[in-house]
Design a protein around this ligand. Structure first.
Ligand code: KG4
Length: 402
């Protein structure tokens, strides 16, 4: 979208941050309320309030999510500005997640962004959440971030609020390690992917292989035709009675199990597309049969089950990604989205990098899940293109990368 805000009745002013571009990013697409400030491409703050209220329901309850966003949005934005040391008047523009996501949740962020932009007379920048995940690889972190400050007391007893940027700043002096001890390769210190690169975007709602030709030019070359990888992992965890969200629990169990203990039927889908619903059903049916023999089968074998199921998903994701990289002759390969926190997937990236001479880009944990830093960095690029949106822009629950 490249509509000027000229059709808005509001006069726009230059941000008072001098010649600097200062973007406030707002993310509220699901169950994390997040705000971040980026100045000239460098992240100054990234504050997120997540909602534990959904845990007892085994999934995100949309109505509860939007209510919690309403409670959290003001203090989260306030903290993001404070920690960045930036006043409202210095902002150049407000970038917000327009979609995809839960409509009620999106509306809170969109409405807040509109109100704040209108009151300040500054432009609004709509951000596609999926594009944000991909561009998280371009977040630059300030050298010597401010020391960790105590995390905020969340509003309402059921929310956790943290400054993920500051939390992770404790790791800045040493290379960030994943749980297997392998160093991460993300952009700290200026190593960014070069265009064109491939990005495997894996979250609770998406599994896509994206050819990223430029900041504003992305092509989905493969995607799931049914369930997303994260959804398949969460459903397996639910069947095993492990709680929600299942991804991190499966990840932890899988580290102690044998990935070759069980075989599940793998999908055979043409091209670079994925399918995970057959795998999920195979898991369910096998489990049902095994439990006929041993009602406590899950308890006795949960580590091996988690490891074998995770391996089936990781192998499926990586095989298609390898085909795409080979066919398109692209060796810069990134991963993004909530499932990119998975240890097995991260290790597979390192293995493929060695085997196929890829240069890989794996996000820091704080940029794998929903966060406003990725919205702010996308806003920063769009600001330079003067890619603003009108005040009447609605939220979109469904939207993809074109
Ligand atoms: O990107 P995200 O935070 O939310 C959206 O779907 O937009 O992704 C959430 C997904 C969930 O399915 C969650 O279980 C999964 O990411 N996830 C993981 C891990 N951490 C989060 N899956 C596997 N291993 C993990 N460590």
């Amino acid at each position: 979208m490249n509509e000027s805000q000229g059709n808005s009745p509001l006069p726009l002013r230059e941000g008072r941050g001098g010649s600097s571009i200062i973007i406030l990013g707002i993310e509220s697409s699901c169950d994390d309320t997040s705000a971040a400030v980026i100045k000239d491409g460098v992240l100054l703050s990234n504050v997120t309030a997540s909602q534990a209220v959904h845990e007892s329901y085994g999934g995100v309850v949309p109505e509860l999510a939007s209510r919690a966003h309403q409670q959290n949005i003001v203090p989260v934005v306030d903290q993001a500005l404070k920690r960045a040391g930036v006043s409202r008047e210095e902002l150049s523009a407000i970038a917000f997640t327009r979609g995809p996501g839960l409509m009620g949740s999106l509306l809170v962020g969109v409405s807040f962004a509109k109100g704040m932009a209108a009151s300040l007379g500054i432009p609004m920048i709509e951000v596609n959440h999926l594009q944000g995940h991909v561009l998280a690889h371009f977040i630059k972190e300030e050298e010597g971030l401010t020391p960790l400050t105590p995390s905020l007391k969340a509003r309402g007893s059921s929310n956790h609020q943290t400054d993920k940027n500051n939390t992770e700043s404790q790791n800045q002096s040493t290379p960030l390690l994943n749980r297997e001890g392998k160093g991460e390769s993300l952009c700290k210190g200026g190593s960014f992917p070069k265009f064109p690169f491939l990005c495997l975007l894996v979250s609770g709602g998406n599994s896509q292989i994206i050819k990223v030709k430029a900041y504003n030019d992305m092509e989905v070359i493969g995607q799931t035709i049914d369930d997303a990888a994260g959804e398949a992992i969460d459903k397996a965890a639910k069947v095993m009675g492990l709680g929600y969200p299942g991804g991190p629990i499966i990840d932890k169990l899988a580290r102690q199990g044998n990935p070759n203990a069980y075989q599940f039927s793998k999908p055979h889908i043409p091209g670079y597309d994925y399918s995970f619903s057959g795998l999920k059903t195979s898991f369910l049916y096998n489990l049902r049969d095994w439990m006929k023999e041993d009602p406590d089968f899950i308890e006795h074998h949960k580590e091996d089950l988690a490891a074998s199921y995770e391996k089936a998903i990781v192998d499926t994701l990586m095989n298609k990604l390898r085909l795409a990289a080979r066919d398109l002759k692209i060796r810069q390969v990134a991963v993004a989205g909530g499932v990119s926190a998975n240890t097995g997937l991260r290790n597979a990236f390192h293995e493929y990098a060695e085997k196929y001479h890829w240069k890989i880009f794996i996000p820091k944990f704080s940029y794998t899940t929903d966060n406003a830093a990725m919205i702010a960095i996308t806003g920063y690029f769009k600001y330079q293109d003067k890619d603003f949106c009108p005040m009447e822009a609605p939220a979109y629950s469904r939207v993809t990368i074109k």
